[in-house]
Design a protein around this ligand. Structure first.
Ligand SMILES: O=C(O)C1=C[C@@H](OP(=O)(O)O)[C@@H](O)[C@H](O)C1
Ligand SMILES: C=C(OP(=O)(O)O)C(=O)O
Length: 438
């Protein structure tokens, strides 16, 4: 991917307290769920403020290949469902939501659908999802190492459905992917999680929530068991919430530099794990207030270390780890062993990069222990991981000479990151950085 910015990118140092309003684009997780449900619906959908980034483009391109109409309008994305067709290849890039949400959809297509992706995607875990599909009589052919991309799902137009177990301790997306398509299975689906831990529960609740909003009957009254009734999915007109996880580095900037960052459009109620940010950041020394739909986080520049179980919100970990490296006391992050299967092994990557700049960060069996030390400048590697790049930017706010490699990797979920970051430091948000096509 080409970058408009130098590689490595010299992360700007904050030369005083920040006072900025930052409008972040739509949620990746909600955008890709709405796209999948709209593709499976019984009529057209209009998706407003949908995120336009690499992950949502990959989803839209894949759905188009499968026979779905996806058009980018002036103020919304319009989705027109069609007969799902096979004999196509889906490029998942590095998007977990594409590689985990679309194989069950492909099983409903009328022929083979080959799934492939970036080199980094080929090591991300897929096995439990593929085993569940096979248990539902869907043929899946491995191409390389079993349980990984690339593979081919042989769609037969219908899926029997019924009951299936899945070990989702490696990723909640195995559950979400199976649930999203399940209303279109002949018998619906009863899905039971069997593994030792279940990460990212808010993301599963998000899946159930958006399915119910589309008229699908879901019973989640028993812990770690979900039942989806067979039925139709309604086409909808929806407004996508801002991506609260992508708001995290900006909110944390106010803590690192001092001052205030305001994020408008903050939902009163949300299933996004970023909804946990006000509580987490308050524990780490910030004040957070919600006034109408504007969240304001105010900091003094002093950050407190925490002992935090991030099982529910693992995608916040890179940002919190960067913040912790700048704190005045140690931090222990727990419950995030599954981050080893994210865009990169995030526990290893965070430990390596914090250590490279003179910090102290040790991996544990399920997380990180970060002991603040004076940091120095140097290269911050990003491992094709958008959240490693934004974490490097946060460290660079305080530490002169941090050079973030491949900042363009932020295009996965936040293509305008560098301009938004510069706008925040200038105290303003660049015009045109928001809206449906941001
Ligand atoms: O369903 C989703 O949209 C997501 C679920 C989570 O995945 P894991 O459960 O694999 O962490 C999260 O980390 C990812 O960024 C998005
Ligand atoms: C884990 C993440 O992404 P993905 O949807 O590719 O799993 C993430 O965005 O932090």
């Amino acid at each position: 991917m080409t970058s408009l910015h130098a590689d490595p990118w010299s992360a700007p140092v904050a030369d005083g307290p920040i006072d900025a309003t930052v409008a972040v684009p739509g949620s990746k997780s909600l955008s890709n769920r709405y796209l999948v449900l709209a593709a499976l619906a019984d009529g057209p959908s209009t998706l407003r403020s949908l995120l336009v980034s690499r992950d949502t483009r990959l989803m839209a391109d894949a759905l188009r290949a499968l026979g779905v109409g996806v058009e980018l309008g002036d103020d919304a994305v319009h989705v027109t469902p069609g007969e799902l067709r096979g004999a196509v290849t889906v490029d998942c890039g590095l998007a977990g939501t594409v590689m985990r949400f679309l194989p069950p959809v492909a099983a409903l297509a009328d022929g083979p659908v080959r799934f492939t992706g970036d080199a980094e995607a080929l090591v991300r875990p897929m096995g439990p999802l593929l085993r569940a599909l096979r248990a539902l009589d869907v043929r899946v052919d491995d191409e390389g190492e079993p349980g990984h991309l690339p593979f081919t799902v042989h769609g037969r137009g219908t899926v029997r459905g019924g009951s299936v177990d899945v070990d989702a301790s490696g990723s909640s997306q195995f559950v979400s992917g199976l649930l999203l398509a399940a209303a279109r299975f002949d018998q619906g689906l009863t899905l039971r999680h069997t593994g030792p831990t279940l990460p990212s529960l808010p993301h599963i609740e998000m899946t159930v929530d958006v399915m119910r909003a589309a008229g699908v009957v879901v019973d989640d009254s028993r812990p770690e068991i979900w039942h989806v009734e067979p039925g139709t999915v309604a086409g909808r007109d929806v407004q996508v919430e801002p991506d609260l996880s992508n708001a995290a580095p900006f909110l944390c900037a106010a803590m690192v530099a001092g001052g205030s960052v305001r994020v408008p459009g903050w939902p009163a109620r949300t299933t996004q794990p970023g909804g946990l940010l006000p509580g987490i950041l308050t524990r780490m020394g910030a004040s957070a207030t919600l006034d109408g739909d504007v969240l304001t986080v105010t900091g003094t520049g002093e950050v407190r270390g925490v002992d935090l179980d991030l099982r529910a919100a693992g995608e916040l970990a890179p940002t919190i780890a960067a913040l912790a490296a700048l704190a005045d006391s140690p931090t222990r992050l727990r419950g995030i062993a599954h981050l080893r299967g994210h865009e990169t092994d995030r526990l290893a990557a965070l430990a390596a990069e914090i250590t490279r700049l003179g910090g102290q960060a040790e991996q544990t069996s399920d997380g990180l222990v970060i002991t603040p030390r004076p940091l120095h400048g140097g290269t911050w590697r990003t491992y094709a991981d958008h959240r490693m790049a934004t974490a490097g930017a946060l460290v660079g706010l305080r530490v002169p000479g941090v050079a973030v490699e491949d900042v363009a990797t932020t295009a996965k979920t936040l293509p305008g990151f560098v301009d938004l970051w510069a706008g925040m430091l200038a105290g303003t948000t660049p015009a045109g950085a928001t809206g449906p096509t941001a």
